[in-house]
Design a protein around this ligand. Structure first.
Ligand code: PAF
Length: 306
């Protein structure tokens, strides 16, 4: 059995929100006898009927979290992260470990200065897929993997305990020293698939049609130019192939942004296309196609009052 240095804490986990990925992590952690509570807008308990990828079903019960929180998974949308962290800060222990996990980029720089030097910040990016079929039923729809990286020194000190928990929750986990290359790769995929499926109201696989080829090439070229300017080189042709591979692998899925627009919710467009446009401006790189998709998605949001 693995043993941890005396300085490692036994972590009690708090999951923020009741999104599908957060609840997937919560169920799998509780299944392995970890203490898991939920931090919800209203401090309610929650019963979840969980269906694993092999069809096995199990009921889980989560009670509301009680401060101080020791280890917190924050799998909330990019546009909610800053407000969400500010709300959490008075509830965190001085040694708390906080894990961000969302599509898009731009939040890490905002969150880091808000924490104490003794509070660890992490980012986790995952390819697991889960679906809430109702408010109390959750299905693990796709086995995936995750990349986890510490973002400050206090995170490094707890790395075994956090990695062990995230391996149970959303493993297998690759522990990276620098999350940025992984975030750029994910951003590339999201910058192509998410706005195009949202604007055209289609499934991910529909984007493999020839009519999208030119736009995809243009989007990828822009993302690669900006990524390279910020210090992360991605080859254009390889990146096009990576995006097409995800379209094939998730052909029958609706992207998260298509779902957000379909259900008239706020989207993550500003942390995806908007981030690329904004970084492009800083490095004097034109990103007209990303800008056009950002504006189109913002117009869709405006059309339903957001
Ligand atoms: O946001 C999403 O929907 C997902 O990140 C992805 C990979 C585009 C698949 O649908």
């Amino acid at each position: 059995m693995a043993s941890y240095p005396a300085t490692q804490l036994d972590l009690n986990w708090t999951i923020v929100g009741q999104g599908a990925i957060g609840l997937l992590a919560a169920c799998r952690l509780q299944q392995q006898s970890n203490t898991v509570t939920l931090h919800l807008r209203q401090p309610n308990s929650l019963d979840i009927m969980f269906t694993a990828t092999d069809g096995q079903q199990q009921q889980y019960y989560f009670s509301p979290a009680v401060a101080p929180y020791q280890a917190v998974l924050v799998p909330i949308k990019s546009y909610d992260v800053l407000a969400g962290i500010k709300e959490l800060i008075p509830l965190l222990s001085t040694q708390a470990q906080i894990i961000l996990s969302h599509n898009g980029m731009g939040t890490i720089e905002q969150v880091l200065p808000l924490l104490l030097p003794s509070q660890g910040l992490w980012f986790l990016t995952t390819t697991h897929a889960a679906l809430k079929t109702s408010a109390t039923t959750l299905q693990h729809t796709g086995q995936g993997q995750s990349v986890l990286a510490p973002l400050n020194l206090a995170a490094n000190k707890q790395s075994s305990a956090v990695k062990q928990a995230m391996t149970i929750a959303l493993g297998p986990v690759q522990l990276a020293t620098d999350i940025k290359p992984f975030l750029w790769q994910k951003l590339l995929i999201n910058a192509v698939i998410n706005p195009l499926t949202a604007i055209n109201n289609c499934k991910n696989g529909d984007l493999l049609a020839a009519k999208y080829t030119k736009t995809i090439q243009q989007l990828v070229t822009e993302v690669c130019a900006v990524s390279q300017a910020t210090g992360y080189k991605m080859a254009i042709e390889e990146s096009v192939q990576r995006v097409r591979h995800v379209m094939q692998a998730t052909a029958t899925n609706f992207s998260s942004m298509q779902q957000d627009v379909y259900h008239q919710r706020q989207t993550e467009i500003n942390a995806i296309s908007g981030f690329i446009v904004e970084q492009g401006r800083q490095y004097a790189i034109n990103t007209p196609v990303n800008l056009q998709l950002q504006q189109q998605v913002l117009q869709l949001q405006q059309s339903y009052g957001l």
